[in-house]
Design a protein around this ligand. Structure first.
Ligand SMILES: NC(=O)c1ccc[n+]([C@@H]2O[C@H](COP(=O)([O-])OP(=O)(O)OC[C@H]3O[C@@H](n4cnc5c(N)ncnc54)[C@H](O)[C@@H]3O)[C@@H](O)[C@H]2O)c1
Ligand SMILES: [Zn+2]
Length: 368
């Protein structure tokens, strides 16, 4: 089993990675929570995860002597709203969850973010365990302690920091993930490669996704390397002072593409994939990296599989970047690659370079 430590202001926690870990989750949580822990565990999940993996997890928890109850929330990004947090809190009250209760987020990033927020609010804060079940949640969302829900005005606008006690990652649960969801998460792993893990990038750039899905050791390595990168970054900058920003490679343009399509056309990772392509173009145009590096990034993204087409108009993307700038940081930041494994935050990219990069995405779609 691989153990990685993640530092947080409230104390450090571990991410444990091992194939088959779900079946040993009970024993593992005994070690984390202690023999004397006698309160209940409340496992929050969604129907697809419950159907495929619920019984295995619940069996393992009760075998370790836990009193564990499963509560279900609606599936999908549209359930990531405050109303869901309130409904779940009502359920916890009905199930007599007290302030010693521990919540277990068992699902993708949506379950993780909603359950995390709930755990930070319920009775002014109870314990949280993350058991992520998507590639995206394993390589990204379950690490770093951010929780949140969406508002009509935008994504993740309401949230807290509430680090988990431990994160249990079982790559075996990814076997039931739909292909598109699996690949969408891999783009975030590729992103980690570009930011600071050249070897990870190298192995993903030559990867055959089907073979990767069938190779547990390789998959475990990809997850581990990605988590190491994210853990290093958030351990040094939990609250996004500056360093944590590097994790946004591909996200400046990616977020704008998601917003432009009303969050319907792309999965998050797919929008980030196009964002990385556009930002590689920008880096080349700005002389941040050479043409070979930019092309390697673009080719690696495209090799990971088909992406929904980009139809966004460049002027709309630019307008969205400006709106985002007003509501968030005041400047449009780009994380640009300098070489594979090294990026730099840049905030003075000329509009015409941004427009050129988005035009290029549409041209690439037409060529294919
Ligand atoms: N907190 C953070 O730091 C952070 C970071 C990145 C992303 N996020 C958030 O994560 C969310 C996206 O997460 P996601 O991509 O995991 O989406 P998701 O949680 O919606 O899961 C995707 C789909 O996969 C299904 N699923 C999950 N595990 C499965 C399994 N093992 N087998 C079969 N089906 C399974 C789910 O039911 C769902 O339909 C976004 O809301 C995003 O904002 C948070
Ligand atoms: Zn992301």
């Amino acid at each position: 089993m691989i153990r990685l430590a993640i530092a947080a202001a409230s104390g450090s926690y571990e991410a444990l990675i091992a194939s088959g870990l779900i079946e040993r989750a009970g024993a593992q949580l005994r070690q984390t929570l202690g023999e004397r822990f006698s309160s209940a565990l409340f496992v929050v999940t969604v129907a697809p995860v419950r159907r495929k993996w619920g019984r295995k997890l619940m069996r393992s928890l009760s075998a370790a002597g836990f009193q564990a109850k499963l509560i279900e929330m609606p599936d999908g990004e549209s359930a990531k709203k405050l109303a869901t947090v309130e409904q779940l809190a009502d359920k916890l009250i009905r199930l007599a969850a007290d302030r010693d209760a521990v919540l277990v987020a068992f699902g993708g990033g949506v379950v993780g973010d909603v359950t995390g927020l709930l755990a930070s609010l319920y009775m002014r804060g109870v314990g949280l365990i993350q058991i992520p079940t998507t590639v995206l949640a394993q390589v990204d969302a379950s690490i770093g302690g951010k929780t949140g829900v969406n508002l009509r005005a935008g994504k993740n606008l309401l949230g807290t920091f509430h680090p988990p006690r431990v994160v249990l990652m079982d790559p075996a649960v990814l076997s039931t993930l739909p292909d598109r969801e699996f690949r969408a998460g891999l783009y975030e792993a590729l992103k980690c490669g570009v930011i600071g893990r050249p070897e990870l990038f190298g192995r993903l750039e030559n990867a055959n996704v089907r073979s990767l899905r069938r190779d547990p050791a390789w998959l475990e390595w990809v997850i581990t390397e990605s988590v190491k990168l994210k853990a290093e970054v958030v351990s040094n900058d939990e609250r996004e002072g500056g360093l944590r920003r590097v994790l946004n490679f591909g996200h400046t343009i990616g977020h704008a593409l998601e917003a432009d399509s009303g969050y319907r056309r792309f999965l998050h990772g797919e929008a980030v994939a196009w964002g990385m392509v556009a930002e590689a173009h920008i880096a080349r145009a700005q002389g941040q990296c050479d043409g070979v590096t930019a092309q390697r990034i673009i080719d690696a993204v495209l090799a990971l599989g088909p992406l929904p087409k980009v139809t966004a108009r460049s002027c709309d993307v630019l307008r969205l970047l400006q709106t985002d700038k007003k509501t968030r940081s005041g400047t449009v930041h780009f994380v640009l690659p300098r070489q594979i494994g090294r990026v730099q935050v840049v905030n003075n990219v000329p509009e015409k370079v941004i427009i050129g990069a988005v035009d290029e995405l549409r041209r690439m779609v037409r060529r294919n």
